[in-house]
Design a protein around this ligand. Structure first.
Ligand code: PEP
Ligand code: MG
Length: 933
């Protein structure tokens, strides 16, 4: 039997459904699903993603059966639509669109009006009039010429602009049928001059040309770049959707539009969208005409924001609700049906032809983090989804956007009163951005490399600009609505964006924009507020966003669901407070070395390092103990009632000595030494990367007085606070242990000092002594170490570098090549290398628990804040992860998702096991029966 590559969809029933995204792509699967739901969708068919894969496998040729399947489906379409492809009386015209599993703005998008030539044009003219027919034809040539034949869009823009000048008209709509006929002639001549072949007139040749172009676009540079950015595998392939055309530009009872079932920027439950009367799809997003609002309330709000009077609004910018009330009612019915069916916010495309509504697309709408959270929480309250589903709807990394800065209110007010606000566009993607102006994506990328912060200013953006958008702090466009390319892509990226700021006069040639007589040049600083659409001259200070409302509620659900605790890595009271406000349940790693650099402490540290004997070192340590005690007091106080893991000094001592000649001279003078003496010490202590030498517990073993001082500072602070009624739970952590004996030696010092301090202070405090597991030997002998250690904290930073043999810094030099060559899927310093480092964590967990069943296990390497690694730690059964303060909310959500996913997997496993048992019993009975016979 031949393989099925072509899938029909339409009012008579579809071959596919929404669950077939892998085969049909997102767009194709949803078109099939909508048809199945009885929603009016123009008939069509989808060429599967398998065909894309086969096409590339077979040297860009198609399996033999495809032609027959395509013709069969085309015939079915003709029957359903009552038209004929290539007919001059009643021609069926087609749209051809790409559609991967996930939407990919990097690919070829759409060719409309396919099937037109001077013969079929006659049929179109008979139905929609001469002007409409020639306008459709010139649009088709323009689009096909651009996306399929690869001719620069400017070639066509130049022709239309010249003709408009000759005819002395401003808008495209003022061109007559005859003008458009002339334009078609000029387009065709212009194409000839480009040496890209003749414009095809045979409809079948046009169709195959477009299909080849869509499959070809899967491997274009933009698509590859996009896939790389979003880690989309190349072998997924794209589908191609071929659909009957319906026309939104056949007169004033026609229209086209896009809509979201809820506001994609704020998440508010209001139907939200834009449309244009007498227009074709691309007109709405291209920003050439100002789109109208779909709802009356949206339209009024828009008018208010744009200073448009009610009369003018009604006359020129009426809402669909007013202009086509019946169609509007149908659209409302359909959007409710779709949202209830998909149980998620939908992004819709529709066309109205002679007052009849057709749906062209539905998909789960892209949204900002703020909207994602609000929609998830609202949908639980509406009974549409359960809490687990809500938690899975928000990508943990997205939460970062919510913690992103907003302009400080008073500072923004000040900028307004100082007249620095120069324009207002649409609030396309929230956040606050200040930076110098650049006018091209390329310049934005260069600036990023040079470490400069920029705001990308464009008339409008296109898929080629993705890299530059990513490199910018924010994006400002003159054209395009809330659904324009800039707005949609920026929201997906979590970038601040103001779109449709029509008052800007941008000149790419001069690298300036002018507004109200003010000229802003490349390199000038501006600020944009993506939450309000405001644009300012100069920079405005910003602050972190507030952590409350829906977000707070969702996080509470996450806390109820997660098994892993979330702690933070912090070594100042300020960072500890930030983390606690973000929900940290203690400190998993307080790196004490950071405290050694503050103020003039570094002098005492250096004195200690340079001392020749123990007495000298003790003298210097005496100066440090007060500071350390104060540090611990501050942190313990902030973390009242929660555990605080304090790690003893870890890095090699050379890190505390100056490297620069100038600083070495200064230090020598300060300490009454010669420069040579300082240099000698620096050289003696220097460790090269990866630092595997005289550091960690080895420092505390060779210089026990350092451990003594640190332990004393910890316990003195703990005792004093306990006397004040503050509950403290210190956990003293020994770094870099590879042998049980190393740990035992340090533990002995810690316990001895603890007892001494308790005696002096006449009070005792509960505490624990444990170790980092961050060298492979430590992991492999974890059972021995667990005899002595009350807790392990996996230091996956060191464990990764020792396991793989390179440091994080080294990795930067080759990780890209490694990823390109398929040696590594991810950076192992960002996401845990499960086969190597992960195995060590699993082994140590098992061995540790075997000896000490209640051993507390955590992770404090960077991986503790990475969602994919968190999933692994959950599965391994650790007790907590610890990460930097700003990642605490991300880790809380990721931990909840890990628990949910794990439960889902467990449930599926149980079902599979049940099914297996049923089959086994059945087979056994069958065997018995056979044996009987
Ligand atoms: C680690 O090695 O993972 C760790 C947390 O310690 P540091 O990064 O300070 O070496
Ligand atoms: Mg370490």
């Amino acid at each position: 039997m031949s393989k099925k590559y072509v899938y029909f969809f339409g009012p008579e029933g579809s071959d596919g459904n929404a669950s077939m995204k892998n085969t049909l792509g997102g767009k194709g699967a949803n078109l099939a699903e909508m048809s199945n739901l009885g929603i009016p969708v123009p008939a069509g068919f989808t060429l599967s993603t398998d065909l894309c894969t086969a096409y590339y496998k077979n040297n860009k040729t198609y399996p033999a059966e495809v032609q027959g399947q395509l013709m069969e489906n085309l015939a079915k379409m003709e029957e359903v639509m009552g038209k004929k492809f290539g007919s001059s009386e009643s021609p069926l015209l087609l749209s051809v669109r790409s559609g991967a599993r996930v939407s990919m703005p990097g690919m070829m998008d759409t060719v409309l009006n396919l099937g037109l030539n001077e013969e079929t044009l006659k049929g179109l003219e008979a139905n929609g009039g001469k002007r409409f027919a020639w306008d459709s034809y010139r649009r088709f040539i323009q689009m096909y010429g651009n996306v399929v034949m690869g001719i620069d869009g400017h070639v066509f823009e130049h022709e239309i602009d010249t003709l408009k000048k000759e005819k002395n008209v401003k808008g495209d709509l003022e061109l007559t049928a005859e003008d458009l006929e002339e334009l078609v002639k000029r387009y065709k001549e212009a194409i000839k001059k480009q040496n890209k072949g003749e414009f095809p007139t045979d409809p079948m040749a046009q169709l195959w040309g477009a299909i080849n172009a869509v499959f070809g676009s899967w491997m274009n540079d933009r698509a590859i770049k996009y896939r790389d950015m979003y880690h989309i595998p190349a072998d997924w392939g794209t589908a191609v959707n071929v659909q009957s055309m319906v026309f939104g530009n056949m007169g004033n009872d026609c229209a086209t539009g896009v809509a979201f079932t809820r506001n994609p920027s704020t998440g508010e439950k209001v139907f939200y969208g834009e449309y244009l009367v007498n227009a074709q799809g691309e007109d709405v997003v291209a920003g050439i005409r100002t789109p109208q609002q779909i709802t009356l309330s949206g339209s009024r709000k828009w008018a208010e924001e744009n200073n448009v009077s009610e009369e003018e609004r009604k006359a020129n910018f009426g809402s669909l609700e007013e202009v086509m009330p019946e169609v509007y009612e149908t659209l409302v019915e359909i959007y409710h049906k779709l949202e209830e069916h998909y149980k998620d916010m939908q992004d819709l495309e529709f066309t109205i032809q002679n007052n009849k509504l057709y749906m062209l697309q539905t998909r789960n709408g892209k949204r900002t983090a703020k909207a994602a959270v609000r929609i998830a929480v609202d949908m639980v309250k509406e009974g549409l989804i359960d809490k687990d589903t809500a938690l899975l709807r928000v990508a943990p990394e997205m939460i970062d956007q919510l913690l992103h800065p907003q302009f400080i209110k008073d500072e923004k007010k000040k900028a307004v009163t100082e007249g620095k606000m120069i324009a207002r566009g649409l609030p396309a993607s929230p956040g606050a951005a200040s930076g110098t102006v650049v006018f091209s994506a390329e310049d934005a990328e260069k600036a990023k490399e040079a470490g400069r912060k920029v705001v990308l200013v464009r008339i409008e953006t296109s898929p080629e600009d993705i890299g530059g958008m990513d490199a910018s702090e924010g994006i400002l466009t003159a054209r395009g609505g809330m659904t324009s390319h800039a707005a949609v892509v920026a929201r997906g990226m979590g970038k601040c964006c103001v779109s449709g700021c029509g008052v800007l006069n941008i000149s790419y040639a001069e690298k300036t924009f002018e507004v109200d007589g003010k000229v802003i040049k490349e390199g000038d600083t501006i600020s944009i507020d993506g939450g309000t659409g405001e644009v300012f001259i100069g920079s405005i200070p910003s602050e972190a966003a507030k952590f409350e409302g829906d977000f707070g509620e969702l996080m509470t659900w996450a806390d109820e669901r997660r098994v892993l605790k979330v702690r933070t890595n912090a070594d100042t009271p300020r960072d500890s407070q930030v983390a606690r406000d973000f929900g940290a349940e203690g400190i998993g790693l307080c790196r004490t070395e950071h405290m050694f650099f503050e103020g003039d402490r570094i002098k005492a540290v250096r004195e200690m390092i340079l001392a020749d004997d123990e007495a000298g070192r003790r003298k210097a340590l005496e100066k440090l103990i007060k500071h350390q005690r104060d540090d611990f007091t501050g942190i313990f106080r902030v973390m009242e009632g929660l555990p605080v893991t304090v790690r003893l000094l870890d890095p090699p001592l050379h890190e505390f000595l100056p490297n620069e000649e100038e600083s070495q001279k200064e230090m020598a003078e300060e300490m009454g030494l010669t420069v040579e003496q300082v240099k000698e010490k620096v050289e003696e202590l220097h460790e090269v990367n990866p630092m595997l030498g005289h550091r960690g517990c080895r420092l505390g073993i060779t210089y026990p007085e350092i451990t003594e001082m640190q332990a004393r500072a910890i316990f003195e602070a703990a005792c004093d606070l306990t006397k004040d009624g503050v509950k403290v739970f210190p956990e003293v952590m020994v770094p870099l242990v590879g042998k049980k004996e190393e740990f035992v030696m340090q533990k002995e010092i810690i316990n001895r000092i603890a007892e001494k301090v308790f005696e002096e202070k006449e009070i005792t405090v509960d505490y624990m002594v444990g170790t980092m597991i961050e060298v492979p030997r430590g992991a492999l002998t974890a059972d021995e170490i667990a005899e002595e250690a009350e807790f392990f904290s996996f230091g996956t930073n060191d464990l990764t570098q020792m396991c793989l043999g390179y440091s994080r810094d080294d990795a930067g030099k080759f990780i890209k090549v490694y990823r390109e060559k398929g040696i590594l899927a991810n950076d192992p310093f960002a996401s845990i290398d499960q086969d190597g480092v992960g195995q060590l964590v699993e082994i140590a967990t098992k061995k540790g628990r075997k000896v000490r069943s209640n051993i507390k296990l955590g992770v404090c390497g960077e991986h503790g804040g990475d969602p994919a690694s968190i999933e692994f730690f959950h599965k391994t059964g650790l007790n907590y992860v610890s990460c930097s303060p700003y990642r605490v909310p991300i880790a809380r959500l990721a931990a909840a998702q890990s628990a949910i996913n794990n439960d889902l997997i467990r449930d599926v496993k149980v079902k599979i096991e049940d099914a297996y048992n049923v089959i086994e019993t059945g087979l056994k009975s069958l065997v018995k029966l056979i044996k009987k016979d």
